[in-house]
Design a protein around this ligand. Structure first.
Ligand SMILES: [Zn+2]
Length: 78
């Protein structure tokens, strides 16, 4: 992790939760509005994707959205 730490502690905790479930974090380019993207275990196009915002209006809500998407994912670990 290290350089991939999110500045907001609620969102960082949600990212660590996702990673503990096998999700992968990818950083987006500077042109993107999102800070990064989380991809679920499914490596095909049907896999889940969550955009991580760098400064969401409500960071605790955004963290909850991330956790909810992680819990909802039913893809198998490949
Ligand atoms: Zn999924």
């Amino acid at each position: 992790m290290g350089v991939n730490k999110h500045p907001n502690k609620h969102i960082e905790a949600a990212i660590e939760y996702a990673e503990s479930k096998g999700w992968r974090l990818t950083k987006t380019g500077k042109s993107s509005h999102a800070w990064g993207r989380l991809l679920c275990r499914c490596k095909s196009r049907q896999g889940c994707q969550i955009s991580i915002w760098s400064t969401p209006g409500n960071s605790e809500n955004h963290a909850k959205q991330i956790r909810r998407a992680v819990d909802k994912c039913e893809h198998e670990d490949l």
